[in-house]
Design a protein around this ligand. Structure first.
Ligand code: FEO
Length: 388
């Protein structure tokens, strides 16, 4: 792609990956981007690189603006390979460049990935690097999303290079938030937060605090579009998401063998709807778990149902609950339900995991043998309705 000038001497040189559909458990139906930025100054500086395999494209993009061998600094805000993977490619050209990374986790992580052959300069929160006319300040933001994460702020242009924070997996020809449909990018940012940042809420809050007093004209993240118009909105949403401010909403997740667990799900849905609580039914056969996680992020109720198969819950539900538990949701009220033929172990298994997720239970688990009768379904609706 043709590099994009963000403002004088600052360019977007990243790459768009329209084809990515899977990112360690996360369904990226809209692809992604690996964002990299070039600052022209006495010290030519590259902010992050791109995933390995896209390095030649990064070099081509940089070459439109400057000879890549002139790069003095590579700022590695994050060791994960979607951002550091092309450091070796850049170093083939800019042999004497210095890699600037966080102390100690960034340096350690980069050495473990790429060896000891490069020059490293480590920074900590509050350090500033002079590039000539520009100054770059660093703020360590550990665990948003790895221990090494940091963000940096270009003082003169008021640009926050935020890496994973405020990112979204969204491939498009547009580069700025106000060039895209707002609802779409907010939903994608929410999905990104829920699936990547949710377990690290305390760290996300600390990161927000560390940048709170900065005047920001652009948030140049490392995935998706650059924020310039909706900056206040995305920061406000990060505050909301990181405190698990729930909406009065129920997410009902299920899989079904012969339709019995599905009809139980529908009877549970009826209880919420009768109470005026917004509800969403999601069948794991047709909805990817990463999309369901996005819905759960700010929903108060999480109901999970599975029939029993070979003394266990269905593998779709098992995988989903493992994923959910790892994301450490907070402030949720759970409910386990499902049909069974003889053993009926699945529902207790679900309930145990919901409790392990720290959820209170709306009521005791609901089990129905074989096929629920219409009076069973009415009883389920009534019982839940009365607890809401
Ligand atoms: Fe986009 Fe944690 O890497």
């Amino acid at each position: 792609m043709v590099p994009l000038k963000i403002c004088d001497n600052i360019y977007y040189v990243g790459v768009v990956d329209h084809d990515l559909r899977y990112f360690h458990g996360y369904a990226t139906q809209k692809g992604t981007t690996y964002n990299s930025y070039l600052i022209l100054d006495e010290k030519v500086t590259l902010i992050d690189t791109v995933k390995a395999g896209f390095g030649d494209e990064l070099i081509r993009n940089i070459s439109h603006i400057i000879d890549p061998s002139k790069i003095d600094y590579i700022i590695s805000n994050h060791v994960e390979m979607d951002h550091s993977g092309s450091i070796p490619k850049i170093m083939e050209y800019a042999k004497n460049a210095t890699i600037v990374t966080s102390s100690p986790s960034g340096e350690k992580g980069l050495r473990l990935h790429y060896g000891d052959k490069y020059n490293y300069k480590v920074v900590k929160s509050g350090d500033t690097l002079n590039l000539g006319k520009h100054n770059l300040s660093f703020y360590l933001t550990p665990m948003v999303h790895w221990p090494d994460n940091m963000v940096c702020y270009l003082q003169e242009e008021k640009i926050l290079f935020s890496n994973d924070a405020f990112g979204l997996h969204y491939a498009s020809s547009q580069r700025f938030d106000d060039e895209c449909e707002m609802q779409t990018i907010i939903e994608e940012a929410k999905k990104y937060y829920a699936n990547i940042v949710m377990p690290y809420r305390d760290n996300a809050q600390k990161a927000i605090k560390s940048i709170e007093n900065l005047e920001i004209k652009y948030i140049c993240n490392s995935h998706g579009i650059i924020w310039r118009t909706y900056i206040d909105k995305i920061i406000e949403l990060y505050k909301k998401w990181s405190t698990f401010e729930n909406e009065e909403r129920a997410i009902i997740v299920y899989d079904t063998m012969w339709g019995s667990t599905k009809s139980m799900a529908v009877s549970i849905e009826e209880a919420f709807l009768k109470k005026g609580i917004a509800t969403k039914l999601s069948n794991l056969q047709t909805t990817h778990m990463s999309d369901i996680i996005k819905d759960i992020l700010d929903a108060k109720y999480v109901c999970v149902g599975s029939p029993t198969l070979n003394n266990n819950m269905l593998p779709t539900i098992g995988g989903f609950l493992t994923y959910l538990k790892g994301l450490r949701p907070k402030n949720k009220i759970g409910l386990a339900f499902g049909s069974y033929g003889w053993g009926g172990e699945s529902v207790a298994q679900i309930e145990t995991i919901l409790k392990e997720c720290g959820m209170e239970l709306l009521q005791d688990k609901i089990k129905i043998q074989y096929v629920p009768k219409s009076e069973d379904l009415e009883t389920i609706t009534k019982s839940i309705y009365e607890k809401l």
